[in-house]
Design a protein around this ligand. Structure first.
Ligand SMILES: Cc1cc2nc3c(=O)[nH]c(=O)nc-3n(C[C@H](O)[C@H](O)[C@H](O)COP(=O)(O)OP(=O)(O)OC[C@H]3O[C@@H](n4cnc5c(N)ncnc54)[C@H](O)[C@@H]3O)c2cc1C
Length: 469
């Protein structure tokens, strides 16, 4: 067994969005970096998360467009789905992006170790390499970015019809009947995808509503649109078990002894941090009872010079939050004094149809936090571009703080649901994070005709005047 020994400015364990962005950002700042990844570069996001899930959603969108093409004067036959092509297309996108990260690491001289890394005392990282050899590398600084894995429910072990996001993103067919357990962001993306592709979809959610973190008005639009897609949304119904059927599929039991016959069950009840293979004996790094690596607001663990970022810590489980935390940690390794991430103002995006995007508190959260607020809402149905697209479900909603003069002042939250809102949030995100006032943002000119005019119009309304009532 070969043993190599090396010292780096920075050793990163985990090559997902948190880890690869930390490695690339550090290398761009001139640090000598090692990146340890036990599986594929890109982590959950590229291989089993954001990217493949959005590729599936795009296929669903194409099918919707073809179904409605006659409305635009384009006559075609009813679309049929060849999901093996969808799967191959998704994999090509994933492979290209993963290859791109490998190439960028090479270009920036980031040394990639293909193995499982565990941290011991004195910043020493032992890598059990995929080829059976081992390496011990040391970092002046170490970033833990081991990410997360799907949570499971007892009695719903993976295999056959029981899938998590990991398995469902590898299928090459559209199941006829799908139960999605869990009505959070990921569950709703899968429900939307398969309903649009023609599956009979039921969401089984133990809580009283789906998408519980959303602003009420926004969530209502999603629920209405899901009902139009014939998604059966069952809330307040914990699942109790399932009985696999000889002919394939399974019968899920839930709620008050109710039963549901399905071909596939997608268990989508959240993700747990994956500190399992990190070692950590003899270090000051603490793992909480819930499995998260404990950090302060600067992502510093209890071991000096060791940071933890991404899904491994108890902050919003979003790829771009991992990127922000990577920059925060690397800047400290560079001896700089960065500001902590403002977690209550990060951008959120859900890519179901209709899409959802927001930054800052919902109306309910802002009121609970003690703000006196004023709210404006405008529907997409009044927006010319939305009508041209034929996508008029949705709205923009802005929550502003009442200023000392009694007029709408600082913009606290921007919440949107509708066509391409994940691409439209940046103006709202900037307003919230710049702590801009309604009067300041109302000066911004939006291009016409555009979907973002709805954001502009909603801000204008808060000034007390507007164009479209
Ligand atoms: C279906 C789905 C859809 C999603 N959609 C979105 C979305 O649209 N937008 C969004 O922002 N987020 C989305 N997410 C969440 C996003 O994928 C995660 O927040 C993000 O991947 C977290 O990045 P990370 O680097 O912390 O961890 P991960 O991406 O989980 O990467 C961790 C990496 O560390 C490796 N690793 C673990 N332990 C070790 C070890 N000891 N040694 C070496 N390597 C190790 C793992 O193999 C993995 O590659 C989605 C997730 C799922 C499941």
């Amino acid at each position: 067994m070969a043993t190599v020994s090396n010292t780096f400015d920075l050793v990163v364990i985990g090559g997902g969005p948190g880890g690869y962005s930390a490695a690339l950002y550090a290398a761009s700042a001139g640090l000598q970096v090692a990146l340890v990844e036990k599986d594929a570069l890109g982590g959950t996001c590229l291989n089993r998360g954001c990217i493949p899930a959005k590729a599936f959603l795009e296929t669903a969108a194409v099918k919707r467009h073809v179904e409605h093409s006659a409305d635009f004067g384009i006559l075609s036959s009813a679309p049929t789905v060849d999901f093996a092509t969808t799967q191959a297309r998704k994999q090509k996108i994933v492979d290209g992006l993963v290859g791109g990260i490998a190439a960028m690491c090479k270009g920036r001289k980031v040394e990639v170790f293909n193995g499982s890394g565990s941290l011991g005392p004195d910043h020493a990282v032992t890598v059990a390499m995929a080829d059976g050899s081992s390496a011990t590398i040391t970092g002046n600084h170490v970033i833990l970015a081991a990410g997360s894995v799907p949570r499971l429910i007892p009695g719903f072990e993976r295999g056959g019809p029981i899938m998590t996001s990991d398995e469902v993103l590898d299928i090459d067919y559209v199941p006829n009947r799908v139960a999605v357990i869990g009505g959070g962001a990921i569950g709703c993306e899968f429900a939307s995808t398969f309903a649009d592709l023609g599956s009979e979809v039921t969401i089984l959610e133990a809580l009283p509503k789906i998408l519980p973190g959303l602003d009420k008005d926004v969530a209502n639009v999603v629920v209405r649109s899901f009902k139009k897609k014939k998604i059966d949304i069952r809330t307040g119904v914990p699942v109790t078990g399932h009985r696999p059927r000889d002919k394939g599929g399974t019968v899920v039991t839930f709620g008050d002894n109710e039963e549901l016959k399905v071909d596939v069950v997608i268990v989508s009840v959240g993700r747990r941090p994956f500190a399992d293979a990190l070692g950590l004996e003899g270090t000051g790094v603490v793992v909480s009872q819930r499995g998260f690596v404990e950090v302060d607001e600067f992502c510093r663990t209890g071991e000096p010079g060791v940071y933890a970022i991404g899904d491994l810590i108890d902050t919003p489980q979003l790829a771009h939050v991992g990127y922000a935390e990577a920059i925060l940690a690397v800047k400290q390794a560079l001896g700089e004094s960065p500001m902590p991430v403002q977690y209550d103002r990060v951008p959120w995006a859900i890519y179901c149809h209709p899409e959802v995007a927001w930054a800052g508190p919902s109306e309910e959260e802002a009121k609970e936090a003690g703000y006196e607020v004023v709210v404006a809402k405008h529907p997409f149905r009044a927006n010319s571009r939305a009508q041209i697209l034929g996508e008029t479900d949705g709205l923009a909603k802005i929550i502003a703080e009442v200023g000392s003069d009694g007029r709408p002042g600082r913009i606290l939250g921007v919440h949107m649901v509708g066509p391409w809102v994940t691409e439209q949030l940046s103006g709202g995100y900037l307003a919230v994070n710049w702590e801009a006032t309604v009067d300041e943002v109302a000066e911004f000119i939006q291009p016409h005709p555009s979907l973002t005019e709805l954001f502009g119009e909603t801000v204008l309304t808060l000034t007390g005047r507007n164009f479209n009532g």
